[in-house]
Design a protein around this ligand. Structure first.
Ligand code: IPM
Ligand code: MG
Length: 361
């Protein structure tokens, strides 16, 4: 069986980190010769696609993604596109592909590696052992709600968006979250702002109803402001967090600071089929592009998530995770996670070291 992977490197550091991710996937193929086969096909997305086609998300890219088994994405965006009209900005491509592939469930794990305890700005005793999965709804909420725009209302300019969730959207993300909790420590915290927002009141009602189908999962609710505070006060209280698109965007960036660097965090965006999109949660970092210093680990761990969630290759996914751990244990670091006494190295070298570990075991 051949797994078809659409490779979309994107902008900024995207191409460098995706290259390392692809190398690691090729190493997996080598290790499981004859058993695991990947086919890679590249396409443009983001600013580089705009330069070529005058749109950040060409139809050909969507077509390729739709006929693939998984999408492997780097990052999109660069300063030089900041002045483009909103409809053709690189970020629009990200929202567009999520919607086009119906990727409504975004899984963002925040796991603290013991080896990196000192890279975090938080105290070791607070973060040691943290293992949180943020389940963020990805195709609804104020991100996509209509009406939206900037108009003149009673002589004044007004900017507006619509925070709206349909019950079916809340139900399907709830099922993903409860099922995720069932495979972990069976604790689910739903985050909303039900003390103020009607949209959140419906969210809470539906999550509570669905919880009856998962009696083993302990469900709690938390307001988003409190959740933001609790995440750094006592992150170990969390197992799985489920929340809407905008709160999930903010909280997952916050959670990424527990492990110390955005450069460590992978993500999976899933639909109700096996087709998923896998990308690091960090952006395109145009300030360091082309310097071979970006951390490729978030991307490499995203490849591991791809093996697990789209291809059900759990052993091979574990192999990647173990290889990453080994390289960290041996003290190799990119700049973002460097601390005294460790060895500072490059994007490509970290990638090579991970490939070597993978092939050794
Ligand atoms: C993310 C990013 C995107 C989002 C942006 C780039 C559109 O911040 O994936 O978290 O807001 O979803
Ligand atoms: Mg974000």
């Amino acid at each position: 069986m051949i797994h078809k992977i659409a490779v979309l490197p994107g902008d900024g550091v995207g191409p460098e980190i995706i290259q390392e991710g692809v190398n690691v996937l090729k190493a997996v193929q080598e290790k499981y010769k004859g058993e695991i086969n990947f086919e890679f096909e590249h396409a443009l997305i983001g600013g580089c696609a705009y330069d070529e086609y005058k749109t950040p998300l060409p139809d050909s890219t969507i077509e390729l993604a739709k006929k693939s088994d998984a999408v492997f994405l780097g990052a999109v965006g660069d300063w030089k596109y900041d002045t483009l009209p909103p409809q053709v900005r690189p970020e629009k491509a990200l929202l567009g592909i999520r919607k086009a592939l119906n990727l409504f469930a975004n899984l963002r794990p925040a796991v603290v590696f013991d080896e990196l305890i000192d890279s975090s700005t938080l105290k070791p005793e607070i973060i040691r052992g943290v293992d949180i999965m943020v389940v963020r709804e990805l195709t609804g909420d104020v991100y996509f709600g209509e009406p939206r725009g900037i108009e003149t209302v009673n002589g004044k300019k007004a900017g507006f968006n619509n925070m709206i969730y349909y019950e079916n959207e809340i139900e399907r993300i709830a099922h993903v979250a409860f099922k995720t909790a069932m495979k972990r420590n069976k604790k689910l915290c739903s985050v909303d702002k039900a003390n103020v927002l009607d949209c959140s009141r419906l969210w809470r009602e539906i999550i509570t109803n669905i919880s009856k189908e998962y009696p083993e999962v302990e469900l709690t609710h938390m307001y988003v402001d409190n959740a933001a505070m609790q995440l750094i006060r006592n992150p170990k209280q969390f197992d799985v967090i489920v929340t809407g698109n905008i709160f999930g965007d903010i909280l997952s960036d916050e959670a990424s600071m527990l492990p110390g660097s955005l450069g460590m965090l992978p993500s999976a965006s899933l639909s109700d089929t096996k087709l998923g999109m896998y990308e690091p949660i960090h952006g395109s970092a145009p300030d360091i592009k082309g310097q071979n210093i970006a951390n490729p680990i978030a991307t490499i761990l995203s490849a591991a998530m791809m093996l697990k969630y789209s291809f059900s290759l759990d052993d091979a996914a574990k192999d990647i995770e173990n290889a990453v751990k080994k390289v960290l244990q041996k003290g190799y670091r990119t700049k973002d996670i460097y601390t005294q006494g460790t060895e500072l190295t490059t994007t490509s070298r970290i990638g090579n070291l991970i490939v070597n570990e993978l092939l050794r075991n």
